[in-house]
Design a binder for this molecule. Structure first.
Ligand code: NAP
Length: 490
């Protein structure tokens, strides 16, 4: 699937197997049995991550040996991981995705035969491509006041470009026709607007693909109303997180949903579901989601024939409805994980008419240079600063004190906002006030000397009367404002 060479000996590929927590070991065993029976040329290298690693005192939940194994092999199949209460703040899943810069999360959404849903029979068959490492999930959070939290939404142009190119490559590899960029650019013009703008620009380079942009809330609505219209959708991290789960719900839910995490050097395949602790260790878990993830993995390592064989055997099993696990069987007819696994193995070699006819080809991923990405601007101007202050006073009183503080400085106070809505010099409507204000100061004239000294002087003046906690420069790049206006700001 990408041009990194997975660890291969003769025709065999070594894959890191992380069984994970809860039902993980059961669904991993089932998947490995089916792949072995299908003749997959895979050698497994077992590795630890998740709850047990946290309990061993590994703060990230992913030991160095596991990271080394993934780095060496370039391919991993992973069961669900838990973050036990009281251990660590960060999920081991997110750590693995981010450490290896697996920036593309691929979630196929395809109707499965024999799985009853309100949408069955409509032939749903699309893919959600979710940016996997940026956005609010960079996890950069601060309490700005005791009662006000902030999370930084970081979107980069190169991050948008590579995920859109990945979506386009996937569309071409699977013979798909259309890419839909879903975004919230109408509200977040700089961050979500970047995904829309870059998406529209980049997709012009793919004349064989139709492309469209769609506001993400409408996209959620359209996925429910008319899911057949979608082919490949691409979006930023949080939008993709939410919409990919919604989409999984259309075709049978998280228990049967597979996924891939792709990066330039490594790929990790995993079921979407978690460790299902209620049924763990009972031999009841459904391995379908991990098995379909393993099918994606086989295609990634170029074993298209075995992928097809396993996929057809699973579809035949689901279609015939014999020996299904309790979560998908007819009431009272569920069997255990092993009986289901044996049935899939027995069906290897049979073909299902329900598998969409699709010629899979390797995905060609652009290799991004291992340098710090830098975008220059022909001109840059510093026009002011936003200073965030904590105050229990009303906006009028804050306005008077801040304007007075700026007197004699290089700045004038332009406006004050409360959670993005202007409350000074004029306050329209009924903006509820909290103890968190953003004060916008503009340079009286373009700074000629030491702008940092001017800013420091302003902060010192403000600090005599107010607690300030955050500062943001107001810049213009190539003549365009690099900041948004407040609601109601003139
Ligand atoms: P979950 O583990 O997906 O389980 C929710 C319910 O879905 C289960 O109780 C079970 O329902 C059903 N289910 C899920 N997978 C199934 C399968 N393969 N076969 C049969 N039934 C299945 O979600 P959760 O309870 O929210 O999360 C549990 C733990 O997993 C948490 O610690 C969470 O952080 C972690 N998690 C990890 C990942 C990951 O590693 N990528 C993803 C999500 C969650 P019944 O009880 O009705 O049988």
């Amino acid at each position: 699937m990408n041009d990194a060479t997975p660890a291969q000996t003769a025709a065999r590929t070594r894959v890191t197997a992380i069984a994970g927590d809860g039902i993980g070991p059961e669904v991993m065993r089932a998947t490995q049995q089916i792949l072995a029976a299908a003749g997959a040329q895979v050698d497994w290298e077992d590795a630890l991550a998740g709850a047990e690693a946290f309990r061993k005192g590994i703060a990230t939940g992913a030991p160095k040996e596991t990271l080394d194994s993934i780095a060496r092999n370039g391919v991993a199949l992973k069961g669900p991981l838990e973050t036990p209460v009281g251990f660590g703040e960060k999920s081991a899943n997110v750590t693995l995705r981010k450490v290896f810069e697996m920036y593309g999360n691929i979630r196929p959404v395809r109707e499965l035969p024999g799985i009853r849903t309100p949408f069955a029979g409509r032939g749903i068959d699309f893919v959600v491509v979710r940016e996997n490492v940026e956005d609010l999930y960079a996890g950069i959070e601060h309490m700005q006041t005791p009662g006000v939290a902030q999370c930084l939404k970081l979107i980069t142009e190169v991050g948008c470009e590579r995920i859109v190119r990945l979506a386009a490559s996937l569309a071409l590899a699977e013979g798909r026709k259309k890419v839909t960029v879903a975004h919230k650019a109408n509200i977040m013009k700089l961050t979500e607007g970047m995904m829309k703008r870059v998406g529209e620009q980049v997709l012009k380079e793919y004349p064989d693909l139709q492309h469209e942009s769609m506001i993400v809330d409408n996209c959620a609505h359209q996925m429910v109303i008319r899911p057949e219209q979608f082919d490949v959708t691409v979006m930023t991290n949080m939008n993709g997180d939410i919409l990919s789960d919604l989409a999984a719900g259309l075709v049978g839910g998280l228990g049967v949903a597979p996924s891939a995490n792709l990066g330039d050097a490594c790929a990790m395949f995993e079921a979407v579901h978690g460790s299902a602790p209620q049924i763990a260790g009972k031999g009841l878990a459904n391995p379908t989601a991990l098995l379909l993830s393993a099918v994606m993995m086989l295609r990634h390592i170029g074993d298209f024939a075995t992928a097809r064989k396993v996929e057809h055997a699973l579809y035949v099993t689901l279609e015939e409805g014999k020996d299904l696990t309790g979560d998908i069987a007819a009431p009272g007819q569920g069997v255990g994980t092993q009986a289901f696994t044996d049935r899939v193995i027995a069906n290897l070699g049979r073909e299902s008419a329900a598998v969409p006819a699709r010629e899979y080809r390797p995905i060609t991923l652009q290799r991004w240079p291992a340098i710090t990405w830098y975008k220059a601007a022909a001109t840059r101007e510093l026009v002011g600063v936003d200073v965030f202050v904590e105050s229990e006073r009303d906006p009028r009183a804050i306005g008077i004190t801040l304007a007075a503080a700026a007197e004699g400085s290089a700045f004038t106070l332009k406006m004050i906002s409360s959670r993005g809505t202007q409350v000074w010099p004029e306050q329209g409507g009924n903006t509820f006030l909290v103890d968190h204000f953003r004060a916008r100061f503009l340079f009286r004239e373009p700074p000629k000397g030491d702008a940092v000294a001017e800013i420091t002087d302003l902060l010192n003046r403000i600090g005599r009367q107010h607690r300030w906690m955050h500062l943001e420069k107001l810049q213009r790049f190539d003549g365009a404002d690099a900041f948004s206006k407040a609601q109601g700001e003139g």
